[in-house]
Ligand binder design. Structure first.
Ligand SMILES: Cc1ncc(COP(=O)(O)O)c(C=O)c1O
Length: 452
């Protein structure tokens, strides 16, 4: 019988994370202090991050050891399965081999605990009592609440307004693991009060609120669920396991596809393969899928910008739609972010990674096709990557190629069923991305050296 699931043993959980920074082509562009315009150093980060996180953020070591305590927690759900999508292949009648790495088996239902557990551990080591964070879809907030519970920390979450309303059970999850959750923009912070007009909220606004709370309290730190180097680093357990499981299958991918919000699951999946391209001359293609309503990589400007809406973070070199661009309320809450991980943006800028924008109705149609063949109901975020994967498989069919496709299935959609219900009822709209609105946001980019 042909194999469907490629499973690794617990002993094959990676022992180190892959740090791609030393392999990135060209001189790395440092984050900048917005006040001085000088490179931001560890001192800019100590008010909100512990030293262990800062060391990882700036590390130039190609491999960073995973602490044993973190690997112990990873054992609760890792290694995650690699599944050959044989039924989807048959349904598409494609010669392509489609594999998906399924992160939805984690307790929170996505890849997010891979970094939440590492961050909670490093903060606990530093004697921190409480972590505060933002969450879009609720995936990161619930993952951090779980991680804080496991390491005995308190957890406070600012949840993007539209997701807070759409996903009440994500809130209940955060509370079940002991965290507290507020609708953002809230009246608890200056940042929230200043953005009260943006009722639906955005990740950028929620980040501003969380950073403000963390910066004001001594025993409290901030934890970010994507974008920064250390978060992408933690997620590389995904790609390393995928390489080992594909080896079992006797395959190597021609193309790797994932969804991009801030970039962490996609980075975690592809960076070990990107390193093999750069070091060993492999020729795998990489394709990031983002929402057409928030098309950072495909239509953004490559510039220094703030990571949050209010302008409290260092300036980061990235493709951006403008830090105060508030994306339309698409159901893929985890993809509503104005920027992307600087390391991933550098790869796109250098032509090493491609990107595509997907409309939300096309993403849901693809998700339903996937669920009909493979059973798993995907989150709205990876649904974007599924659409791109199906397009790759159909292109292989047209050219008659036996293309090997690896898809990052970053999470399940069990708490997103109201979005599926809206799709079934024909009520899901393709929210327009307005050039005029974006231009306004770009006009307000902070002054910084040009990088394009
Ligand atoms: C299931 C899932 N996939 C993807 C994302 C996007 O985030 P990132 O690009 O950091 O992986 C999120 C964010 O909340 C998510 O919940």
């Amino acid at each position: 019988m042909a194999t469907t699931k490629y499973l690794l043993d617990e002993s094959q959980i990676p022992t180190s994370w892959v740090n791609l920074l030393p392999d990135l082509p060209g001189e790395p562009l440092p984050p900048l202090n917005p006040g001085t315009g000088e490179p931001a150093g560890p001192d800019d980060l100590t008010p909100i991050f512990p030293i262990g996180v800062i060391e990882q953020e700036v590390s130039t070591e190609p491999d960073v050891e995973i602490p044993e305590e973190v690997r112990e927690v990873y054992k609760l759900w890792r290694p995650t399965p690699l599944i050959r999508a044989r039924r989807l292949e048959r349904e598409l009648d494609t010669p392509a081999h489609i594999y998906y790495k399924y992160e939805g088996v984690s307790p929170a239902g996505s890849h997010k605990p891979n970094s939440a557990v590492a961050q909670a551990y490093l903060n606990k080591q530093a004697g921190v009592k409480k972590l505060v964070t933002e969450t879009g879809a609720g995936q990161w907030g619930s993952a951090l609440s779980l991680a804080c519970r496991l390491f005995g920390l308190e957890c406070e979450v600012f949840m993007v307004g539209v997701s807070y309303d759409q996903k009440p059970y994500r809130r209940a999850m955060i509370e079940t693991w002991g965290g507290t959750v507020h609708r953002s923009p809230s009246d608890r912070t200056d940042a929230g009060r200043s953005q009260a007009a943006h009722e639906s909220g955005s990740l950028g606004i929620a980040i501003s609120e969380a950073v403000e709370v963390a910066a004001k309290a001594d025993d409290t730190n901030y934890a970010l669920g994507s974008v920064l180097n250390h978060v992408c680093l933690h997620q590389t357990v995904i790609g390393q396991e995928a390489i080992a499981a594909l080896e079992q299958a006797g395959e190597y991918p021609d193309v790797v596809v994932g969804c991009v919000g801030g970039g962490s699951n996609f980075a975690g999946l592809i960076y070990p393969f990107v390193r093999a391209n750069l070091r060993e001359g492999k020729t795998t293609r990489f394709l990031g899928a983002e929402p057409a309503a928030c098309p950072t990589l495909t239509r953004g400007t490559y510039a220094y910008d703030f990571g949050d809406t209010v302008g409290m973070t260092p300036l980061m070199p990235m493709y951006t739609l403008g830090h105060d661009f508030v994306p339309p309320p698409v159901h893929a809450g985890g993809l509503r972010y104005h920027g992307d991980a600087p390391s991933l943006c550098a790869l796109v800028h250098n032509g090493l990674v491609e990107a595509t924008a997907v409309k939300q109705t096309d993403a849901f149609a693809a998700a339903i096709r996937f669920a009909s063949a493979e059973g798993i109901i995907p989150g709205p975020e990876p649904a974007h990557a599924i659409k791109a994967t199906i397009d790759e498989a159909l292109a292989a069919k047209h050219s008659g190629e036996e293309r090997v496709i690896l898809l990052g299935l970053s999470g399940h959609g069990h708490f997103d069923m109201s979005a599926y219900a809206a799709y079934h009822a024909g009520e899901l709209e393709d929210l327009e991305f307005s050039d005029a609105e974006m231009q306004e946001a770009l006009d307000r980019l902070p002054s910084a050296p040009s990088i394009a």
